[in-house]
Structure formats: C-alpha cells, structure tokens
Design a protein around this ligand. Structure first.
Ligand code: FES
Length: 581
C-alpha cells in the first residue's frame, strides 16, 4: 500500500473558473471552445485534461505522437473527462543546433506557462526524444497539477547484415571503423537504411530510453510504460489506459509533488544504475528535483548507485536493444529485482495510486540473457561515478558500465583542445602529438561554453591511434555524452571552462590522474601554479548580446545542479491567473 490519501470528490476544479457559470466571461470561454464541435454537456464540471504533445516532424522520434494522443483521448472520454490536446516546443535531438539541451529549459517554460494559463485540471505528458521527457516533467512539476507521462516508445531493432544496429551506438562505432579503415563508405551508407526502421525513439538504452525509464521509476508513468515499442499495439493500449487514469488522478488530486518525493528520486537513481542508464539522467533528475524542491545532489548519485549491478544487457553497455528488453519483461522486472535486494523504497506512490512495489512484485523475467542475474551483471557498480579533485571541484561524472576497466585508473599526458572547432581541426592531423596513453581534454563545451552543453564529450579518437586497434582513451570535458555512446569519458566537469573552472587552464603536456575507484580526477601541477593560471584566466567565450541565447547564457546553472535556469527552480503552483477581459 502507498501512503497517498485521495482527496474528497467532488471539489471545485480549476477549469470551473473558465467554464462553470453563466457570466459573460464563462460564455466567452465556452463558446469559442464549441467551435470545435464539442457538445454543451462536456462543460458540465467534468475534469478538463490537457494532452501536452511534443509531436513534431522536426523531432522524428516523436512524429507518431498525434496517433497516441487520439488513444489518450479515448481513455479520457471513457472516464468522464474532456480532453484538449495542445502543442509545446519540441526539442528534437537529431537536428537541433547547437544542441537540443539548449532548448530543454525553454520547452519546460512553455509547458509550465501553458498548464497554468489554461483551463486545465490535469495533464497527460506525451514525450519521447531525449529532452522532451525531462522538459515536460520539469514544467509539470513547477505547476503541480495531476500529471502522467506516456512515452512514445522505442523504435524496433535495427538490423544490418545479421547484426543488431543500435541507434547512435552503431553510428559512433561505424564512424570510428571508417577512420580505422575497417569499413567502407559504401557500406556505411547502406547501413544508414537499417538504422531507423520504425517510428519511435532511439532503441538503445540511450537518453530517451533512460528518461522513459526514469519517468516510470519516479512513479510518473504507468508500470511498463518505458519499454513498449512505439509500433506495438500495446503502446496504444498504454496511451488509452493513461487517458483513463488521469481522470481519476484529478478526482483524487494526486499531484507530481505527491509522487516525486525524495524516495522516488532515490528509486530512480538506483534504477538508472541497474539499467546502465545515460549520464544525461544525472542532469535531468537534478533539474526535475529542483522543480519540486528536493535537494538532490551529485553525492546522492554516487552514494546510491555505487553498489547497484547493471543487469540490463542493452547497448551501449551490453548487447541487446529495447525491443528485447520489452519482451523480457521490461522495467518492472528490474524494479522488482531492486525491491528483492532491499534497494527500493517499496512504499513510494505512483500515478496508479498504488505503491511501486505493488505494481511489480509479481512480474517475471522472461529472458535472463537480456535482464541478467546479478552474478552475470555487466558491472557490479553500475551507478554513475562522481569524481572530484582540483580539476573538478564541484564534480564530474563517468559511467563505469560504458568505460574500459583497464583505464579506470590512469595517468596520462594532456592533449588539449580549446573548443570543439579546435578538436575538429586537429584530430585527423597525423602530426598531432598523441598516443593511446594520453588524456584528451576538451574545453568550452559546457552549458555556457558551447552553448547548451553539447554531446561531444565522447570525442572520437585520432585515426593513427584507431589504426593500432585501440578503441578507447581517457577523455575529459565539460560536455555531455550521448546516452548511446561509450568509453572512458569524464563528463560534466564543473565549474565549466567558460565559467573559469580549472579545466580552462589545463595545458598540453600537463599530467592528469584518473582514479575511478577513489572517485578522483587530478591535475598534477603544483597548487601555486594552478592558482597563478586561474588568476590569469580571461573568458574566451563571448557573451551573447540578445535573444534567447542571452537569457540562456546569463541564467543557466552548472551541470552539477541540473543546468536549469536559476529563476525557474522550485514549484510556483497553479494559481488561477486574472481573466483576460
Ligand atoms: Fe530522439 Fe535519440 S534522437 S530519441
């Protein structure tokens, strides 16, 4: 049983302020709505449910969400609600420049303001591609009306010449193979046709699948939501059932703040370790927690994930893809496993009104090669390692399950790239003074530096190293890494270089020490030399003069607290705004 106590029904709903009366203004609000062919009795005081849709053809991973929205509507009508679908800005990962991350906060603002300003009593959040899930959760958390997530679901497996093609993961691998002379460009172009076989989000345990899993682990989606393939009929059933459920959530007044408690975030962090989830989840969960006023920190990530084995055998850490994860039983199996191991707050309430344990306690694992037994885990410490030291005073992260064991303790000579353009200009130069023992350092790719904190932290290796058959080197940056990527990559170094963090003053030839077991990242130069360099540091990234990018540059916080805007943190609730007439 969960601790949640449903509110007494009926009570006055927000939408009544717009639709529930016979004044001029009530008539005004209803009458215009009726131009859509809505019968009068739909304005009889029933819950009005928004369907917040990140559908966009520019976000191909979400391009099927209008179909799912129709399924949600069926469920809402059946349960006695009035559905009203509306669009919000859709930050699509594959096309947006400089990076979709620069627009996550903008999308979250869009969601928050749309929810508060409109006659809505509850909302269904339709998300899929990486940034859409956190953006919608952040916006909904700041308004705190009943909310529930439906994910678009992952694409079907990609297949090329008998091999699985994982979204992103295969692309990074093939591009390295080309540089190493192991693959022809013709084969690469042929493989392109096999990568994205169906509607849906990336089919690896990349950021989209991770964030769908985080939504489910937080209790913000119905159990089983994360893994159902986009084109499976059960995805539509999930949307339909979610539509039914949100109406009851409004009646019970079950809000994000009732669900996204500290216990829920701790559950999600542990789930992330067990699934080998994306490092991007760190940033997004910190930001979502900030919206509900929970003081989640990087140390929570390290502490809670440290002893969680990664048991989900999916790319980029493992072998399979989301389709197979679904057939094996999906996320409920993983959550049950954590509960049996004493690593779950079982009483945490979910959108169902039940405890998370109640939802998963009877599920079965149908394929132990996809969801592994603990003694066959991909790694015994699957969480996110949070590193600190004079190079990252406020922290940096590394994903052990995607890293090479032989590089987890390493000392090497720094080869520095001042920004991404510098990296691109030098990396293919055969005269670059670099070998596999070096540490590649990339600066000015953090939230302010890029701007937006691009997924360039897993920078490709130099061709002359790749030709030796070397596939991994230690890389350090203030950037992020795609959830589909892999390698011994230190990310999110904070403070970032563009804010004058120590990363900014690393020079070619400096020695750097990485010790993941000790959670240490160290620039091996004398303390007074580091202080002298930092005192002499001058910003190299020009401050934008106008537009959204100026707002972003001035207000984005560091990766260590979620890269939210400083003025958006916290919950502002859903007070009814003044009428417009
Ligand atoms: Fe959209 Fe991966 S690019 S989910």
């Amino acid at each position: 049983m969960s601790n949640f106590k449903p509110a007494k029904w009926p009570r006055k709903l927000r939408s009544t302020e717009w639709f529930g009366g016979d004044s001029r203004d009530h008539i005004y609000h209803r009458s215009w709505m009726k131009n859509q062919g809505l019968p009068a009795d739909l304005f009889d005081g029933r819950p009005v449910i928004g369907i917040c849709n990140t559908w966009s053809q520019l976000t191909p991973c979400n391009a099927h969400l209008r179909d799912l929205a129709e399924r949600v509507k069926h469920g809402i009508y059946e349960a006695g609600g009035l559905p009203l679908e509306f669009p919000v800005f859709s930050p699509g990962e594959s096309s947006l420049r400089p990076t979709a991350m620069m627009y996550r906060n903008m999308a979250a603002m869009d969601v928050e303001e749309a929810l508060r300003a409109n006659p809505l009593d509850g909302v269904v959040l339709l998300a899929g591609c990486d940034k859409t899930t956190p953006a919608l959760l952040m916006g909904a958390a700041s308004v705190d009306i009943p909310a529930i997530v439906v994910s678009g679901g992952p694409m079907l497996n990609g297949w090329f010449r008998g091999e699985r093609v994982g979204s992103g993961t295969a692309l990074w691998q093939m591009s390295e193979d080309i540089k190493a002379g192991k693959m022809s460009r013709e084969d690469f172009l042929e493989a392109e046709q096999s990568m994205s076989r169906s509607p849906g989000s990336c089919n690896t345990m990349g950021t989209a699948s991770t964030m769908a899993s985080m939504a489910e682990a937080l209790g913000m989606a119905l159990s089983g939501n994360a893994a159902i393939p986009a084109v499976d009929s059960r995805r539509r059933v999930m949307a339909h059932l979610t539509g039914r459920r949100i109406v009851q959530m409004v009646k019970d007044d079950l809000k994000p703040s009732d669900i996204m408690t500290r216990q829920a975030f701790e559950n999600a962090i542990r789930v992330n370790g067990a699934i080998g989830g994306s490092t991007n989840a760190v940033i997004h969960l910190l930001a979502i927690a900030g919206r509900v006023g929970i003081d989640l920190t990087l140390d929570d990530w390290d502490r809670l994930g440290r002893d969680i084995p990664t048991i989900v055998n999916l790319m980029p850490s493992g072998k399979y893809l989301m389709e197979e994860f679904f057939y094996a039983g999906g996320l409920p199996v993983v959550i049950r496993h954590l509960g049996e191991g004493g690593k779950l707050h079982k009483e945490a309430v979910t959108v169902s009104g039940e405890s998370i344990w109640e939802e998963v306690k009877d599920v079965r694992n149908w394929n132990p090669d996809v969801i592994l037994p603990v003694d066959k885990a991909l790694t015994q410490s699957g969480g996110i390692a949070v590193l600190r030291g004079n190079l990252a005073p406020r922290g940096a992260v590394l994903k052990p399950s995607a890293a090479s064991p032989h590089l987890m303790q390493h000392r090497g000579r720094a080869v520095v790239f001042e920004d991404i353009d510098d990296y691109k200009a030098k990396i293919n130069d055969e005269s670059l003074d670099i070998d596999e023992t070096c540490v590649m350092v990339l600066k000015n790719c953090g939230p302010r530096g890029y701007p937006g904190m691009a997924e360039v932290g897993n920078m490709g290796l130099p061709p002359k190293v790749l030709r030796k058959g070397i596939t991994d080197m230690v890389r350090i940056s203030d950037a992020r890494m795609s959830g589909t990527a892999y390698g011994t990559v230190v990310l999110h170094t904070t403070p970032e270089a563009a804010a004058g963090g120590p990363l900014a003053v690393v020079q070619n030839g400096d020695m750097i020490e990485l010790d993941v077991a000790a959670r240490r990242i160290h620039l091996d130069i004398p303390e007074d030399e580091l202080a002298r360099r930092l005192a002499a540091w001058q910003p190299t990234v020009e401050a934008p003069k106008s537009g959204y990018i100026k707002l972003f540059h001035e207000h984005v916080e560091g990766a260590d607290t979620g890269a939210d805007f400083d003025f958006l943190k916290g919950c502002r609730g859903a007070p009814i705004p003044k009428d417009s007439h």
